[in-house]
Design a protein around this ligand. Structure first.
Ligand SMILES: [Zn+2]
Length: 473
């Protein structure tokens, strides 16, 4: 085909696309006008000056005015005695999405399906309006589009493409050239961030981080194992966010505060932020002792049955446990608290993340555990809330849209029955959530959770991949 024919073909495709769009479903842009009145705003801006008894007007998914006249046709939400803050952000999640766990052949497609609404309801019911998916694959684009189209109510989702080294399957790079090419492919496919993993060799890690910078993609992830004993060499420009406190505790023999301070200094000098995922290690520690924490969790009913069966019947943390391991993991839980103190002292930005999807870490609910753990480790309630709102928005590069309450910001908001600055446990007292301009009150949130529970109960034990039926995929 010569260039002329190719151009004509492209124009035909474009014409067909435009025509089909005209008949396709149009994403609704007009939404009801809402006014929250008499509400106390915790804006989470740098000055964070509270605005008491305020009126917030929301139109077409945005906050259009604060303390202005309420439009006649507005739906009124009474905010008296309530507290309004930005929707929360979980910067480390693993969302379930359709997947093929079976043998493949052309046209085969997925074998295991996720009910996206049942799943996303867990975030919504917990006031989480943005998440960062840290092992994104094609199905996550579809999931995200369902939310954008309004077919599913769920959070904004940022997508990070995971690259590992070694012999495994997946996105593997073992040379600088492979690393650079993998980054370019991820960019071309529409991923927004790169996640680096433990098996990368040093030269490939360096090449990935540099190429990602060239492509305008920040790098988040593990500190590859190759940096044991030479940690400073991992801190190169554009290595922007360490995905776990554990990445540092793996580097410490003594679990001393001076080690924590040394790590904080390295991060500070390189402009690298931290997602501690404290709750992950707390849950892992519980499971190394016994599975009671999972068996007795009142929230297990919200976990898809297949994951319930995996967490209970094929739990590696519990299966491979011994006294030495238990002692080490318990010490890590304590050391992580020291890390938070040291990172706070060094003024390294900390953002909230949970690693939701790891056994025992339940999507949505676990973010409130993480926020509470950060306060326990020494952050003030306000600092912990900054870590869950404004800072993640900044890291993601969408601080002009979310992360603070103000005029022209997207209406991603959390309305609480009590002030979280007085007691951080109040983040769980949710009166309602605005998600992308859509209001969902507490009653509806509870109904959504009930639906999730009901569907999981009905599906219990039915899937052929259930761990009771199969010992491996
Ligand atoms: Zn993870």
């Amino acid at each position: 085909m010569n260039l002329k024919h190719y151009t004509i073909l492209l124009l035909c495709i474009l014409q067909c696309w435009i025509e089909s769009c005209q008949s396709a479903k149009v994403i609704p842009t007009s939404m009801p006008i809402y006014a929250i009145r008499n509400v106390n705003i915790i804006p989470m801006t740098a000055s964070n000056e509270l605005i008491n008894n305020a009126t917030v007007i929301i139109q077409n998914r945005k906050i259009v005015a604060i303390n202005d006249v309420i439009p006649k046709n507005a739906t009124i939400i009474e905010g008296k005695g309530k507290w309004l803050l930005p929707g929360l952000v979980d910067m480390h999640v693993h969302n379930l999405a359709d997947i093929n766990f079976s043998t493949n052949y052309p046209t085969k497609g997925a074998t295991l399906f996720t009910d996206n609404q049942d799943f996303m309801s867990l975030y919504l019911a917990n006031g989480i309006t943005t998440v960062l998916e840290l092992s994104a694959r094609v199905e996550h684009f579809g999931q995200r589009n369902e939310i954008i189209k309004g077919n599913i109510i769920g959070p904004r989702i940022a997508l990070a493409f995971l690259i590992d080294g070694g012999e495994g399957s997946g996105n593997i790079a073992n040379t600088p050239e492979e690393g650079k090419q993998t980054v370019r492919i991820a960019k071309a496919q529409g991923y927004e961030f790169i996640k680096v993993y433990s098996g990368l060799n040093q030269a490939t890690f360096n090449a990935i981080v540099q190429e990602a910078q060239k492509q305008g993609m920040k790098v988040v992830g593990h500190i590859p194992n190759v940096f044991r004993g030479k940690l400073a060499e991992a801190f190169i420009p554009n290595y922007s966010l360490v995905a776990h406190a554990e990445e540092f505790s793996k580097q410490s023999k003594s679990f001393s505060f001076s080690d924590a301070q040394r790590f904080a200094q390295l991060a500070k000098e390189n402009g690298t932020w931290l997602t501690p995922t404290l709750i992950t290690m707390v849950r892992i520690a519980q499971q190394t002792h016994s599975l009671d924490s999972i068996k007795n969790s009142p929230l297990l009913k919200y976990v898809p049955p297949l994951m319930q069966s995996k967490w209970l019947l094929s739990n590696n943390y519990n299966r491979e446990t011994d006294t030495k391991r238990i002692t080490r993991i318990d010490s890590m839980v304590i050391f992580h608290q020291l890390l938070i103190k040291a990172f706070k002292e060094a003024k390294v930005p900390i953002v909230t993340g949970t690693d939701a999807g790891v056994s025992g870490v339940i999507w949505g609910f676990s973010l409130h555990d993480e926020i509470a753990l950060l306060v326990k480790a020494g952050l003030s309630p306000e600092e912990a809330l900054v870590s869950a709102t404004r800072l993640p928005a900044q890291w993601l590069g969408i601080e002009d849209k979310i992360g603070t309450v103000g005029k022209d910001k997207m209406a991603d908001l959390l309305l609480l029955d009590a002030n979280p600055l007085d007691d951080i446990a109040n983040t769980r007292k949710i009166a309602g959530v605005f998600i992308n301009g859509r209001w969902v009150n507490q009653k509806s949130l509870q109904q959504m959770l009930l639906n999730t529970e009901k569907h999981h109960k009905a599906n219990q034990g039915k899937d052929e991949f259930d761990w009771k039926k199969r010992k491996s995929f």
